[in-house]
Design a protein around this ligand. Structure first.
Ligand code: HSE
Length: 350
C-alpha cells in the first residue's frame, strides 16, 4: 500500500529518516506491505521539491550532500520547486506530513501552524518536535480528531526509545502513580564527567563537542528541555493539562564538584530528575537535581543515556532505558509512528 509523505524541514533528522527509508524499503514492503513515497520536501534554507508521483531519494540525498541544497535535484516533468511550507502542506498529495522543523519551545512555532494547516487539509502529522505537544496538546489533538486524522509524536520524548508508547499501549490497564526520569542526555553526561573530576565548564564543553548539548545549552543545563518533556508526559500519558508555570524547574548549574563528591561518600549520586507524582490534591511536577540511592534504577544510567520509571498500581515500577537523542534513533521514532498510521488505516479498511 503506498503511503505518501511530505517532509517539512530537512535537516539532520530529515536526511537520516530518508536514509532509513532507502535502507529499509524492501523490508518495509516484505514485512508490512508499505511503500513509503516521499512526494514533497520543503526546507526554509535548502529549498523545496514536489512531485505527485514521488521523488527519487537517492537524488535527493546526492543533491543535499553535494551542495547543501535541493536546488541541484534534477528536473523531471511535473516537478514543482519553491513551495513554502504552507503551500506544500496545502497543495501536496501526501497522506501524512512529517514535521521536522526547528523546535521553538517558547512559542511552539512554526510547527503548531504546520499541524493546524495539515489537519485542516485532512493529513496525518508525525513529528519529533516537543513544542506543539508541550504547549498545545489539547487544542491540536482535538483538531486532529475533528478532522479524522492522526497526530503522532513518539520522538518528542526520548527519541526512538518508546517512552510514550510504553505507557499508552503496553502498560494500559494500570494506574500510573508516578513518572520519574532522566530525560536529558547533556546534563546526565556532565554529571558523570564531574564525578570523574571535571569542572562544570569542562564537562559542558565536552558535551557540546560530542554534539549532545544544544549550541545554546541553556535549555539543557537549566532543565527547560526536561520541563517540556514533563509537560508532554503529563498531558499525553496522564491526561493532566499541566502548564509550564506549574512546574518547579531547577537545573544543574548549582551543582558543584564538591556536592558530587559528598553524595558519592554517602553512597548516592546526583541526577537531574523530571518527576510527576499523583497526589490527593492533584499532580505535583518537578525538575530538579536529586541525590538518588545507588540501587535506584535511574542512578545507574550513565553518559548521555536517558531512562524513565513508570510506577504502576498493578505491574509495579517499570524502567525503560535508551537513547534520548540521535539522528538514527529519532528517524526510527518517525518510522514507527508512520507504521502505526498504516496499521490504523488497515484496521479501518477491515
Ligand atoms: N539536548 C538534548 C539532550 C537533546 O541532551 O538530551 C534531546 O532533547
Amino acid at each position: 500500500m503506498a503511503h505518501k509523505l511530505a517532509l517539512i524541514g530537512f535537516g539532520g533528522v530529515g536526511q537520516g529518516f530518508v536514509n532509513i527509508l532507502r535502507e529499509k524499503k524492501e523490508k518495509l514492503f516484505e514485512n508490512h506491505h508499505i511503500d513509503f513515497k516521499v512526494v514533497s520536501i520543503s526546507d526554509l534554507y535548502k529549498g523545496s521539491l514536489h512531485h505527485p508521483d514521488g521523488l527519487c531519494l537517492d537524488e535527493v540525498i546526492k543533491a543535499v550532500q553535494d551542495t547543501g541544497s535541493l536546488d541541484t535535484y534534477p528536473n523531471h516533468d511535473g516537478l514543482i520547486r519553491d513551495l513554502s511550507s504552507k503551500e506544500t502542506i496545502e497543495r501536496t498529495n501526501a497522506d501524512s506530513i512529517v514535521e521536522m522543523t526547528f523546535t521553538d519551545v517558547q512559542t511552539g512555532q512554526p510547527a503548531i501552524d504546520h499541524c493546524k494547516w495539515a489537519f485542516g487539509h485532512k493529513r496525518n502529522v508525525v513529528m519529533t518536535n516537543k513544542g506543539p505537544v508541550a504547549l498545545a496538546y489539547n487544542e491540536l489533538s482535538n483538531l486532529a480528531k475533528e478532522n479524522g486524522v492522526q497526530w503522532l509524536f513518539e520522538g518528542a520524548v526520548m527519541s526512538g526509545t518508546p517512552a510514550l508508547r510504553l505507557p499508552q499501549v503496553t502498560l494500559t490497564g494500570n494506574e500510573i502513580t508516578e513518572i520519574k526520569g532522566i530525560l536529558n542526555g547533556t546534563t546526565n553526561y556532565m554529571l558523570m564527567r564531574m564525578e570523574d573530576g571535571l569542572d562544570y565548564e569542562e564537562a559542558l564543553k565536552e558535551a557540546q563537542d560530542l554534539g549532545y548539548a544544544e549550541a545554546d545549552p541553556t535549555a539543557d543545563v537549566e532543565g527547560h528541555d526536561v520541563l517540556y518533556k514533563i509537560l508532554i508526559l503529563a498531558n499525553v500519558v496522564l491526561g493532566v493539562p499541566l502548564k509550564r508555570e506549574e512546574v518547579e524547574c531547577i537545573g544543574i548549574s548549582t551543582i558543584s564538584k564538591a556536592d558530587i563528591k559528598k553524595a558519592k561518600e554517602l553512597g548516592k549520586r546526583w541526577k537531574l530528575v523530571g518527576a510527576i507524582r499523583q497526589k490527593e490534591t492533584g499532580v505535583e511536577a518537578t525538575v530538579q537535581p536529586e541525590q538518588l540511592d545507588l540501587d535506584d534504577p535511574l542512578a545507574g544510567v550513565m553518559g548521555a543515556m536517558n531512562a524513565i520509571t513508570y510506577t504502576c498500581d498493578l505491574s509495579g515500577p517499570i524502567t525503560l532505558v535508551g537513547a534520548g537523542a540521535g539522528i538514527r534513533e529519532t528517524g526510527f521514532a518517525v518510522l514507527i509512528d508512520l507504521i502505526e498510521i498504516n496499521r490504523h488505516k488497515k484496521g479501518m479498511e477491515g
